[in-house]
Design a protein around this ligand. Sequence first.
Ligand code: PLP
Length: 453
Amino acid sequence: NFSTTQLQEMDNAHHLHPFTDHAGLRGEGVRVVTGAEGAYIFDSEGKRILDGMAGLWCVNVGYGREELAKAAYEQMKELAYYNTFFKSTTAPAAMLAKRIADLAPTNFNQVFFGASGSESNDTSIRTVRYYWQLQGKPEKHIIISRDNAYHGSTIAATSMGGMGAMHGQLGPMLPGFRHVMCPYDFELKHKGESLEDFGIRAARAVEVAILQEGAENVAAFVGEPIQGAGGVKIPPPTYWPEIQRICKKYDILLMLDEVITAFGRTGAWFAAESMSIEADMITVAKAITSGYQPLSAVLVSDRVADVISKGGEYYHGYTYSGHPVTCAVALENIDIIEREGLIERVRDDTGPYLLERLQEVIGDHPLVGEVRGMGLLAAIEIVKDRETGERFPNEGSAAVCVRDHSIEAGMMMRAVGDTMILSPPLIWTRETIDEAAAICKVALDKAAADLLR
Ligand code: PLP
């Protein structure tokens, strides 16, 4: 029974937080989150906050699900741990692999498990390189990725990702990664250029990179169907078909990072389905268990799996690959998503309603340059001048101001650069969306009073 202050002091003294300005944190006092139910989190001061980010894009079925706690408890009693190395398996691991293969696009029938999105992306990097080695083409190893992509925090995932600030702190990056522009039309589309043409131009940046590196040296292209932590950047409809054409033409594998988008966020089990992308590898994590347990997976297509399975022992794996408790929780989580029709609800009702409502309530706000969204994933561009798209000086500070007012007004939103993000639990109803839109309006009004003085 520690007080808020005591917990903050312990935390300040001993806890090195991820993605946190440590100098800024000292003495300020972190929020102590003590509980959560449904769509809301609670802090130690008794504040109730609507969670517009589903934790970190993951708590798709909402908080406080006893079914998930029960699945973990029952599995721990039965078999708390066993590995899946050396020809062993467990019932939950086998059942979950089959379940995911059944839900995935038809060319995916093999699943490799890890414990985080970063691990799954490391696995997919190793797997595409190994695939080309087994084909007698070890030189085909370069992976093309995009500016501002976030693929995780391990050294390989940081190198593959496109976040400049992370690269700066890494020192020498791993070789074998090349970055190209992201299809971010709000900032990168030329005046007078159509959205369709912009999508083709952004995709052709990949072709240019392939030709410069030599197709014989390029193993894969990787992208999030919708770039998430980079700012919920939804590509024009021409982008992915052109990427696919380019990958086919030069015999390059297509890796999709669906760590954010899989398990319902875009109104389908996978964004590959909602956006008609035919991939060779798909990485997932987060909502596979709705964040109740750390679990990730790489979905390996038949094309890749057929080669790997003939290659002898693959020296790759994690102690927690296929952990039985995490897999049992994932199975129950998938049952909930199915039983409650959450995906259909996002696709047919709450997804379109979120975008419509945000556009109605804040679309013409003086600070808002654009509202965009797909499924239960939305972004609000914060600008100083709606007409010209001019940003506030000191990149990111205006969005942080909106975020802080939003939390104050009762909703957790995320600020990414000059963009506000919403990625809520899929259990949000029309009423929750009305509440969220109203809070956005309050936060923007207060921020405008601060910023446009
Ligand atoms: N890939 C994407 C698209 C992500 O958004 C994230 C995390 O936010 C990751 C990978 C890394 O996942 P993890 O934090 O579980 O390692």
